[in-house]
Design a protein around this ligand. Sequence first.
Ligand SMILES: NC(=O)c1ccc[n+]([C@@H]2O[C@H](COP(=O)([O-])OP(=O)(O)OC[C@H]3O[C@@H](n4cnc5c(N)ncnc54)[C@H](O)[C@@H]3O)[C@@H](O)[C@H]2O)c1
Length: 251
Amino acid sequence: MGRLDGKVAIVTGAGGGIGRAMARALAREGARVTAGDIDEEGLAGTAHDAEGEIRTQRCDVSKAADVQRLVADTVAAFGALTTMCNNAGISIPARVTELSEEDWDRTIDVNLKGVFLGCKYAIPEMLAAGGGSIVNTGSVNSLVAEPFLSAYCASKGGVLMLSKEIALDFAREGIRANCICPGWVDTPINWPHAEMMGGLGEVLRTLPDWQPIGRQGYPDEIANVAVFLASDESSFMTGSAVVVDGGMTAK
Ligand SMILES: NC(=O)c1ccc[n+]([C@@H]2O[C@H](COP(=O)([O-])OP(=O)(O)OC[C@H]3O[C@@H](n4cnc5c(N)ncnc54)[C@H](O)[C@@H]3O)[C@@H](O)[C@H]2O)c1
């Protein structure tokens, strides 16, 4: 018996990193999963040798038509949708004075509007299914800021607050919404910021100074939490910021 038997899930940004680990973990626990991403090669890697059922679909989460199709095709393939993991994200590091308007718009479009669209199209299907769980990927930057991440911090603060608001709107209708806030996990999204901070080697060397557990997090350690939030084991949790950061924000 899997912990997610009978669930139908979508994971966005599932072509690599944390989203890939989430899609594979959800499928391993018995959910039927659609993995969405703009990176089709990455998606193929996610589905390759997966335990359980993963279908893949190209989807740009900043485009309403793509997200609408992602949801509709998942329901057509697997039946009623129970689980929506809005995980796709980008980071374009810069202070506001150096950030272009285009890069601001792109960051907000993918990181925040992408979550809005995912919820907008998934929730009616989840209501039809009798309820479900939304798992949004925020960040420690949903809670605390870091230098040179102006648009990213703004977008991730928004993801947490949108998650809380959706939790309130749909609490009585069987839909829960929670926001995972990961600390440093070594995936490509961090590399441009690491470059500005003296290079990836330097960031990893100093990491024990600011991530108290003394090492990077691994995508599976975030995915494990997504499985819990997607499952009925977390049935009394909604509107939560679920911090998974090796103690970074405990200081
Ligand atoms: N890695 C970390 O340290 C960390 C920390 C906190 C939060 N996060 C968040 O975790 C999530 C996953 O990031 P990751 O660490 O796996 O990084 P990643 O770069 O490995 O993965 C991000 C994925 O999102 C996809 N993507 C980008 N734009 C997209 C779009 N418009 N539509 C669909 N997919 C798109 C990429 O192709 C990629 O597969 C992001 O929301 C990120 O902000 C990561």
